[in-house]
Design a protein around this ligand. Sequence first.
Ligand code: HEC
Length: 144
Amino acid sequence: MKNLVLPAIALVFAFVIFDIAYSDLEVKSRPSVHSCSGECYQNYIAANGTIVEQQRAAAEAAASASPAELGQQTYASCQACHGADGQGGIGPQLQERDAAFITQALTAYKNRETRGAQSALMWPSAEALSERDIENLAAFVETL
Ligand code: HEC
């Protein structure tokens, strides 16, 4: 253990020195959030509202969206297997299925039940869904 103390201290120093020396270093994929203060911040607030206002607006938008609209958002994670329009692909076609069928199938997969030969492919997707998600998805699939 003792021989690790010095290298550990050296490493911490190296990080601190790097941090001081390159404090203005910009990581391209992650624009610096620290550089927007003063006027920059005022402009941001004027254009976008405060964080609290943004969150309130997002919550209001979610509350006023219909179940089918909310289901459409959740459906993004299903598209790869069931197709953008529910036409099927890796998974079966969902078009022309009614809400009761979708609710029943998703609830079964959520409970890790076997319906068809490939049910295991559905378990991870269904597991992540809340009952509300399932209702919304069922409403959306009916619109396809
Ligand atoms: C990894 C690919 C994959 C993803 C992602 C996926 N599914 Fe599936 N889905 C399948 C497969 C494969 C089946 C057939 C399973 C079986 O044999 O029981 C299936 C079956 C279903 C069924 C029953 C269809 C029928 O005719 O019996 C429904 C409903 C369904 N999926 C909805 C969804 C929804 C909604 C999502 C998104 C939350 C989703 N799936 C995500 C592959 C997928």
